[in-house]
Design a protein around this ligand. Structure first.
Ligand code: AMP
Length: 369
């Protein structure tokens, strides 16, 4: 079905009311769009910045139908949208990125199988569903290894590292005995991500590649540019393009990568993909001509993709839990952009905001954390 570019004034539906939905809803009005957020009742900071919202369960078909009737396209800010919700909406309205991207990204086994078929390098992995499976897989893949639930894992949740054969049963219990994959532990030198958009016409536009630092499995900092060889940047972009093309993707996609340095050569392995805007792309708000959020809106609206080039080097840092109370000190810093998500409760580790320090182009090359 041909998709006419949306005209300013159209309403964009967004599933999910968190910070990503909020930043999408802040970007869309710049292009003349209005946003309607759909999320279950709760702390939904995206509601505060949108023209309309529906607080209802993702299983509420009547509410979904009402929502669909008032929007021109639907997108989502998180990958665990139930497939029945997506299917119900797709019968009524265009959903982008579509169901195929969700199917692949919601299940680590499907994801790694899809990536391997595309010829994308990933760590050795195998499907497991019990202690004996894990023990057998561990002898094939080797230890240390990481056990990850197939579904609903994020920020290190649903993951357990196994260092010795005797640890298999404990890891299986730690992940709640859910269907899982066992993958080789990657002794990476750095973590990178590609944030890129694919338009309705198949055009592909990547942002510069950030280097990401995690703490307790949660993103702490993204710095751009990453300290990698230009060929590695090109290779990472090619990997992301292959994935986006393979999914027939429309919107912004994130591909998380491990970087290894072996005898002076850089190698990449894909860790996972996220069919949405991504925390490691937040610096684009302040360091680029067009942010990942605007780019996503452009892509799903059928608009030409924007210029992703950077006018500054940048270091983005998350404000987790009570760190958000630092807003006043940060707001005084020159060349620092502060973003607060407006969440009601600052639980430990919860992403409450972020800040991005801008530096002249070329200024942070070679600098440490
Ligand atoms: P994930 O939920 O798969 O994105 O994992 C969260 C973080 O855990 C990653 O960003 C890495 O820092 C770490 N991690 C995940 N898988 C592996 C692995 N196979 N080897 C080493 N570290 C990993």
């Amino acid at each position: 079905m041909a998709f006419e570019p949306l005209r300013p004034g159209a309403v964009i539906g967004i599933l999910g009311g968190g910070q990503l939905g909020r930043m999408l809803a802040l970007a869309a009005p710049r292009l003349g769009f209005r946003c309607h957020i759909y999320a279950p009742p709760g702390d939904n900071p995206a509601f505060d910045v949108s023209c309309a919202h529906t607080a209802a369960a993702y299983e509420d078909e009547a509410a979904l139908a009402r929502f669909a009737s008032g929007v021109s396209v639907v997108t989502y800010e998180f990958e665990n949208v139930p497939s029945a919700t997506c299917a119900a909406l797709e019968r009524l309205v265009t959903v982008a990125p579509g169901r195929e991207a969700l199917r692949v990204a919601q299940d680590r086994l499907e994801e790694k199988t899809f990536l391997s078929r595309l010829g994308v390098p990933v760590a050795p992995f195998t499907s497991v569903a019990g202690v004996q499976d894990i023990e057998e897989a561990a002898s094939r893949i080797g230890l240390p290894a990481v056990l990850k639930t197939r579904r609903f894992g994020y920020d290190g949740k649903g993951q357990a590292k196994i260092v010795s054969r005797s640890g298999c049963a404990e890891a299986w219990s730690a992940i709640g005995k859910a269907p899982a994959v066992l993958e080789a532990f990657v002794p990476f030198d750095a973590e990178l991500s590609v944030i890129a958009a694919r338009g309705r016409d198949g055009s592909f536009v990547p942002f510069d590649i950030p280097e990401n630092w995690h703490e307790n499995h949660i993103l702490r900092q993204s710095r751009v540019p990453a300290r990698v060889a230009p060929e590695t940047v090109g290779w990472a972009g090619d990997i992301a393009r292959g994935i986006a093309d393979g999914l027939g993707y429309v919107g912004v996609l994130a591909v998380e990568l491990f970087l290894l340095r072996r005898s002076g050569r850089e190698e990449l392995l894909v860790n996972e993909i996220a069919p949405r805007v991504h925390n490691s792309g937040h610096w684009t708000l302040d360091a680029c001509h067009v942010s990942q959020f605007e780019q996503h809106i452009r892509a799903i609206a059928g608009w030409p993709l924007g210029d992703p080039s950077r006018h500054s080097d940048s270091i983005m840092q998350n404000l987790l839990g009570l760190e958000v109370d630092d807003w006043e000190r940060l707001a005084k810093e020159p060349q620092t952009a502060v973003h607060i998500y407006g969440k009601a409760e600052a639980r430990p580790g919860r992403k409450m905001g972020h800040f991005t320090r801008l530096h002249p182009l070329g200024a942070i090359a070679g600098k440490g954390k």
